[in-house]
Design a protein around this ligand. Structure first.
Ligand SMILES: Cc1cc2nc3c(=O)[nH]c(=O)nc-3n(C[C@H](O)[C@H](O)[C@H](O)COP(=O)(O)OP(=O)(O)OC[C@H]3O[C@@H](n4cnc5c(N)ncnc54)[C@H](O)[C@@H]3O)c2cc1C
Length: 455
C-alpha cells in the first residue's frame, strides 16, 4: 500500500516546487534530499553567483565613481566579508524554504535515496512508497576527458563560489552562461581574465547579435577571450596552471575554472534497473514530464530541457497539477526567459533569427540601440534590444544586451507568450526615463512609427 501520493527524490528547484504545489493541492508528499533543501540553485548556483555579481557591481561602481562626480576609491575586495554577505543571503532563503516545506506538512527525509521499484524509493533501511515517484536529482558540473578537477588550481563553479581570495589571473574554460558570469565577477574583483571557448561565440546559444554585443562589451572591460579553439591540455606547477590550446597557443594563470556544462545526476540511482528510459544519463520524458514507466515522473536538470531553476519550478508544478488531475498545459520551452547575469547582462526569450530561419519562418528584424534611451545614458550602459517578428508581425523573439536588461524580461516574456505584435505593445506607455522605454520604442519602430530612433 502506498503511504504517499508522491515520493520526490531530490529537493532542488524541481523537486521542492513539485512538493509545495502537490501539498497545496491536498496530496500527501514525501521529499527526500541528501544534502540541503534548495539544491544547486540556492546553495551552489543562481543565488551565490548573483550575490558575487552584485558585489562586483559595487566594486565597479567604486572604481568608476568619478565618472558620476562621486569621490570614492576602490581599494580591494574583502572576500571574508563578500562570502559572509553571500552566505547570509543563502541562509535566510534556506530558512524560509525549510519553514515553507514544514508549514505544508510535507514529510521531509534527510538522506540519500535510490529508486528500487516504480513506486518505491529506499533511503538506508527505510522504504518510501508512493502512488507516484518524481525523480528530481538534478545535475553536476562536468569536466573534459583527462582534465581532473583538484578543487584548488583546477576548479568548477562548486569551488568558485567559495573562494577566500581574489586570484591574480584566471582562465575560464567555457564561454557559456556560467563561464561568462564568473569571468564578469572576477574582472570586477580585479583579476586578469581569459575565456577559452570552442564555439565561434560567447553565449553561443543566444542570438548572434547578442553574442557579438557581449564580446564587444567584454573586450572594452578588458576581459580576454579565445573563440573557436579547443582546449588541449593543462600543466600544473606550484605557481599555477598553463593551458595549452589546439591551435598551439598557451596561457598561464593562477587558476583554471572549468565551465563546460552540467550533466544529469543519475548514475547508480536505480533508474535504469527499474526500466526508466534514459539517454546519456538524462531521463527521457514526454511533454508532461512522464517517463516511460507509469507513475514515474522526472523534472529539472535531470531531463534534457533547459537547465534553469525556473524551468525546474515550472516542471515540478506541472507534474503536481497533472497528478492532482488539473490537466495543466505543457510548457512551451521557446517561451522560457533566459538571462546571463554578467556585466552587461544578456537576456532573451523566444527564437533567435537563426532558429526561426531553421524552422522556415520568414523573419523581420529590428534593432533598437540603447544609445537612444535616457536611462541607459544615465547608467552609462551600451547595448541593444533586437526584435524578431514573423511575416504577420507577431513577435517571436526578443534579445537584449545591457546593464540590468534581465529586468526587462518580465515584459518580454509576456509579449512572446501572449503572441503580441508590434502595435499591441507600441501603444502601451512605458515610464520615462526607464530602460523599459527601450522595449516600447523597439516595438514602435517595428510597427513603423519610431519616436527616438532614426529612420
Ligand atoms: C553556477 C550556477 C549558476 C546558476 N545560475 C542560474 C541562474 O541564475 N538562474 C537559473 O534559472 N538557473 C541557474 N542555474 C541552474 C539551476 O541551478 C538549476 O537549473 C537548478 O538548480 C535545477 O534544479 P533541479 O531541482 O533539477 O536540480 P538541483 O537543484 O541540482 O537539485 C537536485 C537535488 O537532488 C539532490 N539529490 C541528488 N541525488 C540524490 C539522492 N540520491 N538522494 C537524495 N537527494 C539527491 C541533490 O542534493 C540536490 O539538492 C545555475 C547553476 C549553476 C551551477
Amino acid at each position: 500500500m502506498a503511504d504517499f501520493d508522491l515520493v520526490i527524490l531530490g529537493g532542488g528547484s524541481g523537486g521542492y516546487a513539485c512538493a509545495l504545489r502537490a501539498a497545496q493541492l491536498g496530496l500527501k508528499v514525501a521529499l527526500i534530499e541528501k544534502e540541503k533543501l534548495g539544491g544547486t540553485c540556492l546553495h551552489r548556483g543562481c543565488i551565490p553567483t548573483k550575490a558575487l555579481l552584485h558585489a562586483g557591481e559595487i566594486a565597479d561602481g567604486a572604481r568608476h565613481s568619478a565618472e558620476f562626480g562621486v569621490k570614492a576609491e576602490f581599494h580591494s575586495m574583502d572576500m571574508v566579508a563578500v562570502n559572509a554577505y553571500k552566505d547570509g543571503v543563502i541562509s535566510k532563503l534556506h530558512k524560509g524554504l525549510q519553514g515553507l516545506v514544514k508549514s505544508r506538512n510535507i514529510t521531509y527525509v534527510e538522506g540519500e535515496g535510490k529508486l528500487v521499484s516504480a513506486t518505491t524509493v529506499a533511503v538506508g533501511s527505510e522504504s518510501y512508497i508512493g502512488k507516484n515517484v518524481v525523480l528530481a536529482t538534478g545535475s553536476y558540473a562536468k569536466s573534459l576527458p583527462g582534465l581532473d578537477i583538484d578543487g584548488k588550481q583546477i576548479i568548477t563553479s562548486d569551488q568558485a563560489i567559495h573562494m577566500g581570495y581574489v586570484p591574480k589571473s584566471v582562465i575560464v574554460l567555457g564561454g557559456g552562461v556560467i563561464g561568462c558570469e564568473f569571468a564578469s565577477v572576477w574582472k570586477s574583483f580585479g583579476s586578469e581574465v581569459r575565456i577559452i571557448e570552442a564555439l565561434p561565440h560567447l553565449v553561443a546559444l543566444e542570438d548572434e547579435s547578442s553574442s557579438k554585443a557581449l564580446e564587444r562589451a567584454f573586450r572594452k572591460r578588458g576581459i580576454n577571450f579565445e573563440l573557436g579553439v579547443k582546449f588541449k591540455s593543462v600543466n600544473q606547477s606550484a605557481s599555477g596552471v598553463e593551458v595549452l590550446l589546439e591551435d598551439g597557443k598557451s596561457f598561464a594563470a593562477d587558476l583554471l575554472l572549468v565551465a563546460v556544462g552540467r550533466g544529469p545526476t543519475s548514475a547508480g540511482l536505480g533508474y535504469e534497473d527499474v526500466g526508466v528510459k534514459m539517454d546519456r544519463g538524462y531521463v527521457l520524458v514526454d511533454n508532461k514530464c512522464r517517463t516511460n514507466i507509469k507513475g514515474v515522473w522526472a523534472v529539472g536538470d535531470l531531463i534534457p530541457t533547459l537547465q534553469l531553476a525556473h524551468v525546474g519550478f515550472a516542471e515540478g508544478i506541472m507534474v503536481a497539477e497533472e497528478i492532482a488531475g488539473l490537466n495543466p498545459r505543457p510548457i512551451d520551452y521557446d517561451g522560457v526567459p533566459r538571462v546571463t547575469y554578467s556585466e552587461p547582462e544578456v537576456a532573451s526569450v523566444g527564437l533567435t533569427t537563426a532558429e526561426a530561419k531553421k524552422r522556415g519562418i520568414e523573419v523581420k528584424e529590428l534593432n533598437y540601440d540603447l544609445a537612444g534611451n535616457g536611462k541607459a545614458q544615465i547608467l552609462k550602459t551600451a547595448g541593444a534590444i533586437k526584435l524578431v517578428a514573423d511575416s504577420s508581425g507577431t513577435v517571436i523573439g526578443i534579445h537584449m544586451v545591457g546593464s540590468r536588461v534581465g529586468e526587462l524580461l518580465a515584459e518580454a516574456q509576456l509579449i512572446f507568450n501572449w503572441q503580441a505584435d508590434a502595435n499591441d505593445v507600441g501603444q502601451h506607455l512605458h515610464a520615462h526615463p526607464t530602460l523599459s522605454e527601450a522595449m516600447g520604442e523597439a516595438h514602435m519602430a517595428l510597427a513603423g512609427k519610431p519616436l527616438h530612433a532614426h529612420g
